[in-house]
Design a protein around this ligand. Structure first.
Ligand code: NAD
Ligand code: ZN
Length: 249
């Protein structure tokens, strides 16, 4: 155990420019359940597809019901030791960007500037209009939902309002995809934290880093889709492993 932490520290020290790729697993220590672990969200309910959200008022109500039901967990969540270790690597200039599949905003909350967090699946802490992009805060939407049993349409254009997340079936955010690719191609080390690496195209980034000649490190409790090609795989908790390697509490 101590030896793989040493090896991780050595790889970080040897890197000139690293990129971090995170999944739901980095936020479980903040109390947010992941998708695929035992007890994860997908073991309890089916995801709502983007097409169904757009086509059905009933599905939209169900999506909002779920979102507001998870609000106490989301709002209570704070960055944990893993987030803090990543933030330190960014502050020190070792890590140029954090590419995340997470929608919880905890990397930004840990002090990483917005421009260095690349959100591949959007953000659930606010909502936007699907047509014109107008931003809506969740609190007033929730009040309306509780009062009227529904969320109103966009005040500016009449379009549908949805949390600023990317659902299954929805197209990926183009600018984020391009930035993620640029960062990956410029990196000589890619550190994956808490992702099963089964959701594409997101999981393609660590794979691309490796093919482009970067070292690949994976810290994840369970096996992942890319363990076979990684330079270092650590199947333990992220906070302790990365905290020890980086020297943060
Ligand atoms: P996933 O659920 O598929 O995989 C998470 C992995 O993290 C699992 O393999 C699990 O073994 C591991 N893990 C959990 N806690 C860990 C810990 N403390 N230390 C080490 N490993 C740990 O998650 P994914 O790969 O991110 O799946 C992708 C989808 O999940 C994305 O679409 C993302 O948007 C969504 N998601 C995000 C959040 C969030 O924002 N916090 C929460 C749930 C799901
Ligand atoms: Zn609009």
């Amino acid at each position: 155990q101590a030896s793989d932490t040493m090896e991780l520290r050595r790889l970080i020290a040897a890197a000139r420019r690293a990129v971090v790729f995170t999944g739901a697993g980095i936020s479980t220590e903040s109390g947010i359940p992941d998708f695929r672990s035992p007890g994860g969200i997908w073991t309890q309910m089916q995801p709502i597809m983007f097409q169904d959200f757009c086509a059905s008022a009933e599905m939209r109500r169900e999506a909002w019901r779920r979102r507001f039901a998870s609000d106490p967990v989301m709002r209570a969540a704070e960055p944990n030791r893993g987030h803090r270790a990543v933030a330190r690597l960014v502050r020190e200039g070792k890590v140029s960007a954090v590419i995340t599949q997470n929608i919880d905003g905890l990397h930004q909350a840990s002090g990483i500037p917005d421009r260095q967090v690349i959100e591949l699946h959007g953000n659930t802490t606010y909502a936007t209009c699907l047509d014109c992009g107008e931003r809506y805060e969740l609190e007033p939407l929730r009040a309306a939902f509780e009062r009227e049993g529904d969320v109103h349409d966009c005040r500016a254009c009449g379009g549908l309002i949805k949390t600023a997340t990317i659902s299954f079936g929805q197209s990926m955010p183009e600018a984020a995809m391009i930035r993620a690719q640029q960062e990956v191609l410029a990196a000589d080390l890619c550190i994956v934290l808490g992702s099963s690496l089964v959701v594409y195209p997101a999981a393609g980034f660590p794979e691309l880093a490796k093919r482009n000649g970067a070292r690949l490190v994976i810290v994840n409790r369970e096996g992942t889709g890319l363990d076979d090609i990684a330079d270092l795989v650590i199947h333990r908790g992220i906070g302790d492993v990365l905290g020890a390697a980086v020297g943060t509490n």
